[in-house]
Design a protein around this ligand. Sequence first.
Ligand SMILES: Cc1cc2nc3c(=O)[nH]c(=O)nc-3n(C[C@H](O)[C@H](O)[C@H](O)COP(=O)(O)OP(=O)(O)OC[C@H]3O[C@@H](n4cnc5c(N)ncnc54)[C@H](O)[C@@H]3O)c2cc1C
Length: 498
Amino acid sequence: MNHKSDVSIPFGLYSKAPDLIESMPGLGKLKNACPKYIQRAEQAQVLARQFARDELYPRVLDIDAKCAKDPEYFDWELWEKANSLKLNIAPIPEKMGGLGWSALDNALMVEEFTSACMGCASNISFNTFGLLGAMVECRTDTVLKIIRMMVEAQRLKKPVFWSWAITEPSAGTDAEDGDAMTTMRPSSHAQRVAGGYRINGVKCFITNGGLANYVIATIPTDVACPKESMATFFIPSDSSGFSAGRVERKCGQKASQTAELFFKDVFVPDENVWEPPGRGLRHTREILSITRGFIGIGGLGIARGAVERGLRYACEKKIHDHRLIDETWVQMAFADMIKDIMTVRLAGINFAIALDTYHVWKMFDTLPVKAGLELLPEKLLLSRSLEGLASKKFLRSIGNRFKNRLVSDGLIEKFVYYGSIVKVAGTDLAVRITSAVPDLLGLESMSHKYGIEKSFRDAKVTQIYEGTNQANRIDIFNHFLNPGDQAIDDRRPHQRIQ
Ligand SMILES: Cc1cc2nc3c(=O)[nH]c(=O)nc-3n(C[C@H](O)[C@H](O)[C@H](O)COP(=O)(O)OP(=O)(O)OC[C@H]3O[C@@H](n4cnc5c(N)ncnc54)[C@H](O)[C@@H]3O)c2cc1C
């Protein structure tokens, strides 16, 4: 089926953009209160949909087929196109060379991209983990350095890939959860030596493993007490003793490479210890508190893409003397899917707006960050001299202390809960819909050329990473029973309803 065929159903990538308010009219109130915030989101949606429709959609099946033959295949031309539009550094403030996209803007990009291909979306929009890691860790000089590195690379058209390495051959779920970590059997170990740590061990199933320029790894200093001794390390991939192994042949998301990582006496200097022993789990939970929701939105995108492809197929497929789409039972089945997609989209958008309001994105609305971005010239913001100044002991820790006051441990667990809800809802929906669409359309629709079977394979993977959906469910249940004392919004309640 030609993706540009004449189909009159205005759904998905071929529908009118922006449709943020059209599909979620309740946001109209927010648009009235914060017009710039929603207008920017609408612009982000238009750009992301255009890119997904014109650049991703036409080539993703070809990429999938090439990666099936050679797991190390990577479409650099596509990457360059995304890079030229700064889509891979979207959250970096505009003043510093990025797009200044909010969590909401990024969520809309993820939905559009994943409706075409989750693997390609991961290569472009999830590759901000490094930035995320730095923001979460928030040492002033580190944040400035990572932003400078990413902006310089974008301008030079040089790729910068990040890996976030938690999973080990004998510990997946155990490495992400406080209770499970007490029985974890780590295969990696960081030993204290003069001036830093020496790391040995193996990580597995690591996204971008073979491509990464930088790895953020959580590794215990005492294998007998992993929870109490887990630390987070920043490791350039050209460090002596570091290597990447084979790229996995996995069922879906083939465009996104997943590999083993080996550490053999890798020396990490003290300055690259992002979280000291005992704080590694918090770092992991804080990243998960952001990324789980985005994976859920990715699942939503996959589901939407499968419906879009299914609708096109049903418009072209003839049974007897009419189109398959003209059957009422087919229309009802699609109506159910659209209803579920719209419902989960609300959960995803709610999560993204909550990130902007209460989580790390909120920093961009605080006085010191706003004032810094407004008053300091771009050249200075991206300069090594500012980094040098920020690395002074007192200034270095200001960002970290400031952020930890804004984003407390209690708030992180709340967002793990909110994010897990979106993750389970979105990824289970993806599996349900990508499995229901071929049931509806018949055997022929499972041919690779229609893209539906690819969505099916891509969807399955999302239920496993960022914590299995079972582990996410346990987080949901535990938090629901024990939500903690801190209210999400602890400002004094308004005296009058406006
Ligand atoms: C495509 C892909 C990309 C990935 N990318 C990354 C990456 O970039 N970085 C990274 O670190 N990891 C990555 N992973 C690994 C992923 O995070 C793990 O697969 C995941 O955490 C589950 O771990 P596991 O596969 O070892 O399963 P296990 O933890 O062994 O779980 C096996 C089964 O037991 C259940 N289970 C285990 N423990 C518990 C528990 N305490 N309570 C209830 N049920 C439990 C699980 O739900 C599951 O059903 C990726 C995986 C995939 C498939």
